[in-house]
Design a binder for this molecule. Sequence first.
Ligand SMILES: C[C@H](O)[C@H](O)[C@H]1CNC2=NC(N)=NC(=O)C2=N1
Length: 95
Amino acid sequence: MIAKLTPAERSELLPTLPEWAVDEGRDGITRKFAFADFVEAFGFMTRVALLAEKADHHPEWSNLYNRVEILLTTHDAGGLSRRDVDLARAIDALI
Ligand SMILES: C[C@H](O)[C@H](O)[C@H]1CNC2=NC(N)=NC(=O)C2=N1
């Protein structure tokens, strides 16, 4: 069972993800991306999907034409966990 991050872990790890904002209501982290067009956005989503499947950790997301919004939270933990931090870091590395 994966655990939620402790307050100390959050203070340590969240500053390492400056592009991500905390969604307090969902206890997750979000980031918005904008691309040149739909093909670029969907290509990015495909790369994220492969990362997510490899990690067995999946984003909640939406896509509108060239924009993609991702929310990472851990359903099994009921909130933000290290898996979200790790996936966010891997997503950042794609950009
Ligand atoms: C059985 C499987 O490992 C789990 O359901 C995984 C799949 N992907 C997941 N993704 C996310 N975001 N949270 C989870 O708790 C989760 N659990």
